[in-house]
Ligand binder design. Structure first.
Ligand code: AHR
Length: 502
């Protein structure tokens, strides 16, 4: 048994819990849109062809914003292909994923889906093969009430009221050589600034996201952010960050410590943004939109797009099956995002359905929750009020990737109105339960309202359509408050949630 402690104190406030931390992502990629959210062949399809089971799971997951329509896809996308009568829409080659895009779902369908799922849209414009004018046309189509070419066209397509989309991404991963229309930081920074300035002429209150780095391992990392923000600082509100993690060469210890990398990533981007702020003597701060993050086993065969002469519609792509350890890592990454709530103002779990996703579907058939569904759903449901930094005292272990790392990682939230306080914690030990001791002196009178743990002696267990519930969070009866201290035993390789209140 390992022993670790932490101090809970409302004075250690980081900032508010933001609903937008619990965003996700729907890309025209593989089976995310077609047979994911949209599947007229499914018995659960509604009149628009949307799967009601997926809508229900999206609501259960607690998703706030949904980024759309890509991803790499957006860098070659003509948004006009996806509007108007479905039977007249063109089929196009999607170069990013070597697929055929049937354009059965476009911006109006996505907006209808968002309303049904209770999510806020976050729209990306194509700054790969296109530019300022096409972004302006899309914005006019979406946000202008009427009386102009594009807004009247929208109305003629049945969307009387403007979509009124607030958050817009200025392209996607423009630092990546794999991206259609890949640019240098200077080239992209200038284009993003021109696009943002023009978009604000239509709608000054938009919230605009400039592309940051597609990984902290990119050779341009840091310099990219400084250059891009040098061009765009006055026009944008956020800079994006993307990060994917996976277990490499059986090194589970490093993998479980993935949040260490996310912490560094956020802190380095904040430093770059604040440096530009100081150089410009600006008052406003640029915040982070961590709009792609997840576990993604990129070396697996199904992660590679098809090649050759075959350009399938909705191929099986990036359909990672997540195990218990993956769920614990996702929990750790959520802890990192919450811990940086002062600067990470938006985040998107990439993606929502079938493609590196917490929700899976069979075409026309069943849907189910992957293991990674649970930490996200619990954090989205229970994190309320303010985020509290916790002072962790835990034994360290040696990792190949990050050096010495504490076996315990945790964060807490506290709702000042109800006093409900929630601890989110992971035990990274592969073998030992962790005896947690929490100093509650600054929050007297709390008792345990409920505690759960997600773990399994076999951390490689994965959910299937036949069984997505035999490894779900279960009550942890060891959690108890005695003499102003909380004690609990956290199983090895586990994600844990402890709710405290009066
Ligand atoms: O989420 C999968 C892909 O990962 C996205 O299309 C791209 O932006 C990133 O490289």
């Amino acid at each position: 048994m390992i022993h670790a402690s932490l101090i809970l104190d409302p004075a250690y406030r980081v900032g508010p819990v933001r609903r937008r931390t619990f965003g996700s992502f729907v890309e025209h990629l593989g089976r995310c849109v077609y047979s994911g959210i949209h599947d007229p062949a499914s018995s659960t399809a509604d009149a628009d062809g949307f799967r009601e089971d997926v809508i229900a799971l999206t609501r259960e997951l607690g998703v706030s914003t949904v980024r759309y329509p890509g991803g790499n896809f957006v860098s070659g996308y003509r948004w006009e292909d996806g509007i108007g009568p479905v039977e007249s829409r063109p089929r196009r080659l999607d170069l990013a994923w070597h697929s055929t895009e049937p354009n059965l779902v476009g911006v109006d369908e996505f907006m209808r889906w968002s309303a049904k799922a209770g999510t806020e849209p976050m729209m990306a414009v194509n700054l790969g093969t296109r530019g300022v004018q096409e972004a302006l046309d899309l914005l006019e189509y979406c946000n202008v009430e009427g009386g102009t070419y594009w807004s009247d066209l929208r109305r003629s397509h049945g969307a009387e009221l403007p979509h009124n989309i607030r958050m817009w991404c200025l392209g996607n991963e423009m630092d990546g050589p794999w991206q259609l229309g890949h640019k240098t930081a200077d080239e992209y920074g200038r284009l993003a600034e021109e696009t943002a300035r023009a978009m604000r002429m239509i709608d000054p209150d938009l919230e605009l996201v400039a592309c940051g780095s597609s990984a902290s391992s990119m050779p341009t990392f840091g310099e990219w952010e400084r250059t891009v923000l040098g061009h765009t600082y006055e026009q944008v509100d956020y800079v994006s960050a993307h990060a994917y993690y996976f277990e490499e060469d059986g090194d589970l210890g490093s993998f479980l410590a993935s949040a260490v990398d996310m912490d560094h990533f956020v802190e380095a981007v904040v430093a770059a943004a604040d440096l530009v702020r100081a150089q410009k003597k600006a008052t406003k701060r640029i915040h982070l939109s961590f709009d792609e993050w997840n576990v993604w086993y990129q070396h697996r065969a199904e992660s590679r797009p098809p090649s050759g002469t075959d350009w399938p519609v909705a191929p099986v792509l990036l359909e990672d099956r997540y195990n218990v350890a993956d769920a614990v890592v996702v929990g750790g990454l959520l802890i990192s995002l919450l811990r940086h709530t002062d600067r990470v103002h938006s985040a998107s779990l990439a993606q929502l359905v079938n493609v590196i996703a917490p929700i899976m579907t069979e075409p026309g058939g069943r849907s189910w929750r992957q293991t990674t569904f649970h930490p996200f759903a619990q954090a989205a449901a229970l994190a309320r009020g303010e985020v509290l930094r916790v002072e962790v005292q835990a034994p360290l272990y040696e990792t190949a990737r990050y050096g010495e790392v504490p076996l315990l990682d945790a964060v807490a939230t506290r709702d000042p109105e109800t006093g409900e306080t929630v601890i989110f914690a992971i035990n990274r030990s592969l073998t030992e339960p962790l005896a947690l001791d929490v100093d509650l002196r600054a929050l007297p009178g709390l008792r345990v309202l409920g505690a759960t743990s997600l773990s399994n002696p076999d951390h490689t267990w994965s959910a299937t359509a036949d069984d997505d519930s035999s490894v779900a969070p279960v009550a942890n009866a060891t959690a108890a408050v005695t003499d102003g201290r909380l004690g609990a035993s956290l199983p090895p390789v586990s994600w844990n949630v402890i709710r405290l209140g009066k």
